[in-house]
Design a protein around this ligand. Structure first.
Ligand SMILES: Cc1cc2nc3c(=O)[nH]c(=O)nc-3n(C[C@H](O)[C@H](O)[C@H](O)COP(=O)(O)O)c2cc1C
Length: 161
């Protein structure tokens, strides 16, 4: 069976994104990784940051999971900064850790977003969709959550799982 992980990228470790991701993880019995628990920096053309946590983290994700579910709040119409930094570091997998990068092929990706609105335009997901396509990852879909919906009324069903 394919094994999934929710990868949380938020500026608040225990904010809305984590709360929603925790509820989904509970319901589906999925593991969670919170990017806030790791130290990794912006993409560096000189790879001076190659000994930070990024490679350890991405290698363990690739080894253990087939489906990567990225959970992000909407910050200024985009994914969170920490999630964008994580995505930028994928460039290291195309340049200095190609063997690890190749292992992304055939994985699956999905996205969970949240804001204070019920809906989110599809444009938001384009960076995820196109990155998945570029990396040879199958894009499964996305779901948007309104963070203000009370827990008991939140529909946690994910069509892509
Ligand atoms: C820096 C920042 C930018 C935000 N930008 C938007 C936005 O562009 N559109 C929107 O609907 N909500 C925006 N929000 C609201 C967040 O999407 C919302 O509060 C979300 O639930 C926060 O999740 P978190 O607790 O994990 O940070 C923004 C919040 C922050 C802190």
């Amino acid at each position: 069976m394919s094994k999934s992980v929710i990868i949380i990228g938020s500026s608040r470790k225990n904010g809305n994104t984590t709360r929603i991701a925790d509820a989904i993880a509970d319901q589906y019995n999925i593991d969670i990784i919170n990017l806030s628990d790791y130290n990794f920096s912006y993409y560096d053309y000189e790879s001076k940051n190659k000994n930070d946590d990024f490679f350890i983290l991405i290698k363990s994700i690739i080894e253990k999971y087939d489906t990567l579910i990225f959970a992000t709040p909407v910050y200024w119409y985009s994914m969170s900064g920490i999630m964008k930094v994580f995505f930028d570091r994928f460039s290291d997998l195309l340049r200095i850790e190609k063997e690890t990068g190749r292992k992304l092929r055939g994985k699956n990706m999905a996205v969970i977003s949240n804001s204070h609105d019920d809906e989110l335009e599809n444009d938001f997901y384009i960076p995820f969709q196109k990155s998945a396509d570029y990396l040879g990852i199958k894009y499964l879909g996305e779901k948007h959550f309104n963070a203000d919906t009370p827990k008991e009324k939140q529909n946690l069903e994910l069509a892509f799982i």
